[in-house]
Design a protein around this ligand. Structure first.
Ligand code: AHM
Ligand code: MG
Length: 332
């Protein structure tokens, strides 16, 4: 099946009854087109004049990079007249945005992180766009309340990766596939027909500089990984931390591993750093669809009933055995 283009893949999924409506196909193609444009700008770097920071902060109080804002605008503009969406929400916008496309009322909602890992843009390290698609009941207004659905209700999720290769990784709820952008033809070409995360791994990802702030279960788990052969696990573990969740998750979807961003004592009022609706949910959907697991240390991430659009969550995801082990430590 590899070698086919995104459009053909989506049409085939539709013919097999694996993609609910033609509108969803067109919506996903619009997302993919927008990602192509964002990827082009990232790739242009200094030549595109869009590197560096704005003088603005987003709703999370983080300084926005110019490309964060431009990527957000590209995604908004791409969907303004499509008619497939009822509303959009993003890391870079405090409020949800309803779409007024005249007589057409879309039946879907799109949540996205326009440029994940943006601290890496200026240093030419992989960043990406994460997205999640939900359904909205016909005729309902695209208010914030309409977006607050558990991750199990996602009808599609994925990310684009702007790295040595530009890729699009996607799940419609029947496995995970990967497309590579062919720069010669400008087409997303299927290169990974079935991405699968091995159950076992000897590789972990966590920002070790926060170690002193972690809770006891995470201390215990990481200590046994670091002890390696001489400790209770009896084997050595390797560590990677790219500081772009998309890139870390892509590695895990490719060769396995466990990714952790736990809650910690720096900001005890917050459940973690990463956002549930447009980072943890879509990534957990992909990871589960690839045979892995994703929890917040206590429960499956996809089962969390969100209370707020921008709420944060602790994240443990990747190879099933390791995620189950660290989750078990939270219970004991
Ligand atoms: P961003 O969406 O503002 O880029 O922040 C999210 C990113 C994740 O991609 C990554 O896993 C994490 O922040 C890295 O955080 P830290 O700098 O604390 O290691
Ligand atoms: Mg992000």
């Amino acid at each position: 099946m590899t070698g086919i283009h995104l459009t053909r893949y989506l049409v085939e999924q539709e013919q097999q009854g694996l993609l609910s409506t033609p509108a969803l196909r067109l919506l996903l193609e619009t997302v993919a087109d927008a990602c192509k444009r964002i990827g082009h700008l990232v790739n242009q770097g200094e030549l595109g004049g869009a590197l560096g920071s704005n003088q603005t902060e987003n709703v999370q109080g983080e300084v926005q990079k110019k490309l964060d804002v431009i990527a957000n605008d590209i995604m908004l503009e791409a969907h303004r007249w499509g008619g497939y969406l009822s509303g959009l929400a993003s890391e870079e916008m405090e409020q949800v945005q309803a779409i007024d496309a005249g007589a057409t009322h879309g039946e879907y909602l799109l949540l996205f992180d326009p440029l994940d890992g943006s601290s890496n843009i200026d240093v030419n390290v992989t960043v990406g766009t994460i997205f999640s698609v939900l359904r909205i009941a016909a005729g309902s207004p695209a208010s914030e309340a309409a977006f607050l659905q558990a991750g199990t209700r996602q009808v599609a999720a994925g990310y684009a990766l702007y790295g040595p290769q530009t890729m699009l990784v996607l799940s419609l709820g029947h496995g995970v596939v990967g497309f590579t952008l062919d720069r010669n033809t400008g087409t997303w070409t299927l290169t990974q027909a079935s991405m699968h995360i091995p159950e076992q791994t000897r590789e972990f990802a966590i920002n070790m500089s926060n170690q002193r702030h972690w809770e006891e279960p995470v201390q215990r788990y990481v200590a046994e990984l670091l002890a390696g052969k001489s400790g209770s696990r009896g084997t050595d573990f390797n560590m990677r931390w790219i500081a772009s969740m998309v890139a870390d998750v892509h590695r895990i979807l490719t060769r396995g591993g466990i990714f952790m961003y736990p809650r910690d004592a720096r900001e005890p009022g917050k459940a973690g750093k990463l956002r549930l609706m447009y980072e943890a949910n879509p990534m957990s959907f992909l990871v589960e669809q690839a045979g892995g697991a994703a929890t917040n240390g206590h429960q499956r991430i996809l089962d969390i009933e969100p209370a707020q659009l921008h709420e944060r969550v602790a994240v443990f995801l990747g190879s099933r055995h390791e995620v189950e082990r660290v989750t078990g430590y939270h219970a004991s």
